[in-house]
Design a protein around this ligand. Structure first.
Ligand code: NAP
Length: 284
């Protein structure tokens, strides 16, 4: 038996796995593409041969894959539900409040204890004092899991017993962040048009503001090895648009950002940093 199982070892899941191992927890891992398990195995994690075996290995399973639909298909299609019954699943993929509620209701009916979470930092911020992760679900369950989850960040918050609350706050915070980024992309172009370096603009912004980090990445054309790819951002934005549709909210703000993202992806920047959106505004 290990302390925790980590399912999904993309950029974010790998960072979560490293934090668990680094904190001294015994960790079982599973990833669809087996080769992605090797770095964590070399750090001491145990690779499971199937999702069901992984779920069987620990009292708590953390899932961080593309989205809720993929999570449900994985659990349903791999025989994971039975070993998860009577245990805890912490769901950390990005989605809408309705998706969080639907998945939680389905799992709860199968006897699984469910916490839904939303991660704010990039993978390299996991474990930092200011790393904010929001959780929704039964307060007692959060309390029981907190000693295990503490290594993921210094700013863990239980926001509500209502399962969709972390997801809706995630959408609000992401929309706020992306709206700030719109100003960075346009501001960078304004400076460039007048012969002023984007570094001057970047140095005007508070140094701990993600907007400043974005401006510096634009200045240095740092587009590769992103914390989250443009595709991952765009998938999150699609969830925000879906939520706006179902909740009858005006979609103009996310649609404007989405239009820029789609054009940057069409230019071939899908696996690169979100800073590449500047290339759409440059018309390159
Ligand atoms: N990166 C960030 O900064 C960040 C921040 C906050 C939240 N998040 C959220 O974290 C989640 C993962 O993001 P990421 O950046 O780690 O993405 P990523 O690097 O693209 O990794 C995606 C992961 O999902 C797995 N996966 C996708 N579809 C699957 C399926 N049908 N069955 C099983 N596994 C599947 C992939 O497995 P394979 O290796 O086999 O492809 C991989 O492990 C997303 O919901 C994202 O919104 C990311």
């Amino acid at each position: 038996m290990t302390d925790v199982t980590m399912i999904g070892l993309g950029a974010m899941g790998s960072a979560l796995g490293r934090a668990f191992v680094g904190a001294g927890h015994s960790v079982t891992i599973w990833n669809r593409t087996a080769a992605r398990m090797e770095p964590l195995v070399s750090l001491g994690a145990t690779a499971a041969s199937s999702p069901a075996e992984a779920a069987e290995a620990s009292p708590v399973t953390v899932v961080c894959i593309d989205n809720y639909d993929a999570t449900r298909r994985l659990i349903d299609g791999s025989g994971m539900l039975e070993p998860l019954s009577g245990r805890t699943l912490v769901q950390l993929s990005t989605g809408t409040p309705a998706e969080a509620r639907d998945l939680s209701n389905w799992l709860t009916a199968g006897g699984v204890n469910v916490l839904d979470g939303a991660i704010m930092p990039y993978p390299d911020g996991i474990g930092a004092e200011d790393a904010q992760i929001l959780f929704a679900g039964p307060a007692e369950l959060y309390k029981a899991c907190k000693p295990l989850l503490d290594c993921l960040g210094g700013d863990l918050r239980h926001v509500s017993d209502e399962t969709g609350a972390a997801a809706v706050l995630d959408m609000a915070l992401l929309t706020h962040q992306l709206s700030n980024y719109l100003g960075v992309w346009h501001g960078a172009r304004a400076c460039e048009a007048e012969g002023l370096g984007v570094d001057v603009f970047a140095s005007m912004l508070p140094s701990d503001d993600p907007a400043a980090h974005l401006a510096w990445r634009i200045h240095k054309s740092e587009y590769d090895n992103p914390g989250a790819t443009l595709e991952v951002w765009n998938a999150a934005l699609d969830r925000i648009l879906d939520h706006a549709t179902t909740a009858s909210i005006n979609r103009e703000v996310p649609e404007l950002i989405s239009s820029l993202f789609r054009r940057a992806i069409a230019l071939g920047h899908g696996n690169r940093d979100i800073a590449t959106v500047i290339e759409v505004l440059r018309g390159t």
